[in-house]
Write a protein that binds this ligand. Sequence first.
Ligand SMILES: Nc1ncnc2c1ncn2[C@@H]1O[C@H](COP(=O)(O)OP(=O)(O)OP(=O)(O)O)[C@@H](O)[C@H]1O
Ligand SMILES: [Mg+2]
Length: 257
Amino acid sequence: MSAVQAEASTPIILADRLSKVYAAGKIMVAAVREVSFSVQPGEFVAIVGPSGSGKSTLFYLLGGLTKASDGRVLIDGVDFATLSDAERTRLRRRRIGFVFQKFNLLPTLSAIANVEIAYQISGRKEPMDRRYLEHLSDLLSIRGRLNHRPSELSGGEQQRVAIARALVTRPAIVLADEPTGNLDTKNSDAVLKMLVRSNQELGQTTLMITHNPEAAAIAGRILHMRDGEIVRIEAGSGNFGGAAEVSPAAGGGIPAV
Ligand SMILES: Nc1ncnc2c1ncn2[C@@H]1O[C@H](COP(=O)(O)OP(=O)(O)OP(=O)(O)O)[C@@H](O)[C@H]1O
Ligand SMILES: [Mg+2]
């Protein structure tokens, strides 16, 4: 096999018999049990399953935010377990954009400052693309809310700020845990369109956890979880009608302002 072929077939994410057991007092909770799957660069994968089935735990494992009890996670062929804490943090910040189920916005900072600080710690050399942020903010209908602190924003607005924060770095991998969980239909559609478009235009690899079957259907593949295991893999449509443009249209190229 040529080097090119080998490279093309390297999954960007590989979960290999991944398990996570939580100790809750004397009780051990097997939240994720020997889960194996791989994701190719540019794929859009949805993860669905009942509450408590281990979706968020899998999200934390794949993002290197918690250590596996057993098994391995490889990102770009690199096993998280072989990295030091500092190296793992660097890999995560450079490669992955997270949208957390509970948003994880810093309460003392305004929405815009939350985005800026996340951009800074991502370690990117180029300055944040303000035009791109404005564009994302328009699509997410949060432009007028960016100077407010999280406590002054609705749950849905906080969620959309968290999405802008994850996407503004144009990460290779987007991990999104219930990104439409707090949104009405209109905003939910806007977020889904944005994720699809960003996946298509930027070649991003997207993993989206969702309870919403309509949201899951836009993915290319749908992984069904139950009791910590992937019990079924289904093909999705891989599309969302009329997805909104992610790149600002004017001028084509995106200037670094
Ligand atoms: N820190 C923890 N300590 C102990 N048990 C935990 C911990 N976090 C999660 N669990 C348990 O692990 C299991 C999986 O939880 P997880 O949060 O991954 O589920 P989920 O599929 O994301 O659910 P939801 O749809 O409600 O967000 C649940 O039984 C949960 O109670
Ligand atoms: Mg969850």
